[in-house]
Design a protein around this ligand. Structure first.
Ligand SMILES: NC(=O)c1ccc[n+]([C@@H]2O[C@H](COP(=O)([O-])OP(=O)(O)OC[C@H]3O[C@@H](n4cnc5c(N)ncnc54)[C@H](OP(=O)(O)O)[C@@H]3O)[C@@H](O)[C@H]2O)c1
Length: 253
């Protein structure tokens, strides 16, 4: 089968491309770096010719409210139109657990808009809502930092390793389109401020993490249900502590 991975150059994308190739499929890693741009439409028709499955792992270069909405709406419209024209049989996209629960977050409003475009496109689909990647904890800390102080909510987070999410993406992509949303999460939930403290300690970063129930996560206040999955998520196996230890030993997972 020909499979196109949009955002195939990203951390998750690279792992998904390798996994799908190991199954013997013809996999195109598509992104602006290889001349395929979902925002402008450049290279889309050529990349999708003969494709049966499209996996969308692209992300907006800017998280500013208007820019991220523009990215997911325009890219979503261009991509779904190109897939319809190419007769794609399964579209899989990676969204975020809680995308429907945090309308105060411009980023999550944009992810919800992306999901709606997929649901209304007529292309058979599976939407995976994932929790935050371990590798994104660095980004969460930096977004919340003000000088040496990092103010974060103590609400629960259930992050997942890039390897675990890549395995789920590859499995669901090769399965039948479910035409619904599934959730994938890491094996354990911990308060976000504790996760950040552990992460900084492991990196020898002396910034101080302050727990604040009103601290905003990309624009939204959190509670323990905001970013954690519902009843029956598919769970990853790698624990955050083990990933940190492996990262410290110079072998990031
Ligand atoms: N980070 C998390 O914790 C998390 C959690 C849940 C879900 N997700 C979702 O997972 C997906 C990937 O996120 P990420 O953080 O792994 O992304 P990332 O590392 O920032 O990678 C972004 C990818 O998008 C591609 N891209 C950017 N602009 C594009 C365009 N105009 N057309 C096509 N491709 C474009 C990039 O290609 P180039 O390299 O060529 O620029 C790159 O491959 C996103 O949809 C995100 O919402 C992320």
């Amino acid at each position: 089968m020909k499979i196109v991975v949009i955002g195939g150059s990203s951390l998750i994308g690279t792992k998904v491309v390798n996994r799908l190739r190991e199954h013997g499929h013809e996999v195109v890693a598509a992104s602006p770096a290889s001349g395929v741009n979902t925002l402008t439409g450049e290279g889309l028709t050529e990349a999708l010719a003969g494709a049966e499955i499209v996996v969308d792992l692209a992300n907006s270069p800017s998280f500013e409210d208007a820019a991220v909405m523009e990215f997911f709406e325009t890219a979503g419209r261009n991509l779904m139109a190109a897939e319809t024209a190419a007769g794609v049989r399964h579209h899989l996209a990676l969204s975020v657990v809680g995308a429907d629960r945090l309308p105060a977050s411009g980023y999550l409003r944009a992810k919800l808009a992306q999901e709606r475009l997929i649901e209304e496109s007529g292309v058979p689909y599976t939407i995976i809502r994932s929790t935050q990647f371990f590798e994104f904890v660095n980004g969460i800390v930096n977004a919340a930092a003000d000088g040496d102080v990092v103010r974060l909510s103590p609400a629960l987070l259930q992050p997942i390793a890039a390897d675990d999410i890549a395995a789920s993406v590859a499995d669901f992509a090769l399965g039948k389109p479910l035409n619904t949303i599934v959730e994938v999460a890491g094996p354990e939930a911990h308060p976000l401020d504790k996760i950040a403290r552990k992460f900084l300690a492991a990196k020898g970063d002396r910034r101080q993490v302050v727990a604040d129930i009103h601290a905003r996560y990309f624009g939204a206040e959190l509670n323990d249900q905001s970013l954690t999955p519902g009843d029956r998520p598919r769970l990853g196996t790698v624990r955050f502590d083990d990933w940190l230890t492996a990262s410290r030993a110079g072998a990031p997972r």
